[in-house]
Write a protein that binds this ligand. Structure first.
Ligand code: GRF
Length: 201
């Protein structure tokens, strides 16, 4: 049974879907939800799901290295096999990604390698892209640069705003991330590409 720690910064909608998917017949179980913000809404959701929670507030640390050292201490106590970043909004240094190499996944709201970084929806709309989507990738020292393990695509529609596109992409994140985590926990390799679900032209 693989042990999964999930890192969040906000509402944790992806964390909830991952945790719910692991409730059934699944090769993994959530062992910790860790937030860098004590006010992260996802903490209460994790507690309601019976998952142990922790907070490592990045504002308590003058240096990124000290913050990450504390992150690693808390994570080591949970002994995760897999760490899922889910709406986690802190950039992790190569020291952290090296310490947890090969075990950290992230969901990013673009079709990587397009649009690493922020404001992915506005950039796709500004570029006139016909499609957008999300990617689950291995976290490496390069921001949003690790091997892509899965993608889900959505149409960009005329009149889309970053908010309307974000909502459409988020729905696909909630399908993609559980599907990729299940395969990773099963030790399967090979990339997943989810087509837009029925009814979404
Ligand atoms: C989502 O837009 C996701 O793409 C990004 O963080 C945002 C919030 O995710 N990674 P969540 O609702 O906190 O899971």
């Amino acid at each position: 049974m693989k042990r999964v720690a999930i890192l969040i910064s906000g509402g944790g909608s992806n964390m909830v879907r991952l945790a719910e998917d692991m409730r059934g017949d699944h090769p993994a179980r959530p062992v910790l939800v860790l937030a860098n913000d004590p006010d992260a809404g996802g903490l209460a959701k994790a507690a309601a799901l019976g998952i142990e929670t922790a907070v490592v507030d990045h504002r308590d640390f003058a240096a990124r290295a000290a913050f990450e050292a504390r992150l690693t201490e808390v994570l080591e106590a949970a002994a995760p096999d897999i760490i899922c970043l889910a709406g986690f909004m802190r950039i992790l240094t190569p020291a952290f990604t090296a310490r947890w190499a090969g075990r950290v996944l992230n969901i990013h709201p673009s079709l990587l390698p397009r649009y690493p970084g922020l404001d992915t929806y506005a950039r796709a709309i500004a570029a006139g892209d016909a499609e957008a989507g999300c990617s689950v990738h291995e976290v490496t020292a390069e921001l949003d640069g690790g091997p892509v393990l899965g993608q889900a695509r959505v149409p960009v529609r005329p009149g889309d705003t970053p908010e309307t596109l974000a909502a459409r992409v988020l729905m696909q994140e909630h399908r993609l991330y559980p599907a990729v985590l299940r395969r990773v926990a099963d030790g399967e390799t090979g990339r997943i590409d989810l087509p837009p679900p029925g009814g979404m032209d």
